[in-house]
Design a protein around this ligand. Structure first.
Ligand code: AMP
Ligand code: ZN
Length: 114
């Protein structure tokens, strides 16, 4: 999608601090980290939000979560854990309208969110 910053990152038009890439997925460090470890995993396909998923996306989302877990473990969170977050639309606090899973780790995080 032409105006989407994460599509541009996926297409290489905007640089990112890349952690992992394959045909379907990309993982890169968040520009404004909220924890010692904070990265995003996105599908390269433009899906605006969780509310736009359909059943055909189930395998892709499974792969995305599996990759998020694999990378979190490889980056030191296997024992301590991490938070896997997908914000959705206005009330969910989504600011970039291209589906992405945040992975936050390296410190104990508070709950509930404000
Ligand atoms: P959300 O508020 O859930 O939509 O999260 C969007 C996230 O994308 C925020 O944590 C931003 O810091 C992050 N972000 C925005 N632009 C970039 C970028 N160019 N590279 C890396 N992370 C970004
Ligand atoms: Zn996009």
């Amino acid at each position: 999608m032409a105006d989407c910053i994460f599509c541009k990152i996926a297409g290489g038009g905007i640089p990112s601090n890349k952690i992992y890439e394959d045909e379907e997925l990309l993982a890169f460090y968040d520009l404004k980290p909220q924890a010692p470890l904070h990265f995003l995993v996105i599908p390269k396909k433009h899906i605006p939000s969780v509310m736009d998923l359909d059943s055909a996306d189930v395998p892709l989302l499974g792969r995305l979560l599996n990759k998020a877990q694999e990378l979190a473990a490889a980056l030191g969170c296997a024992e301590t854990g991490a938070r896997f977050v997908i914000n959705c639309k206005a009330d969910g606090g989504q600011t970039v309208d291209h589906l992405h899973c945040h992975v936050l780790g390296g410190r104990a995080l508070g709950w509930p969110p404000g």
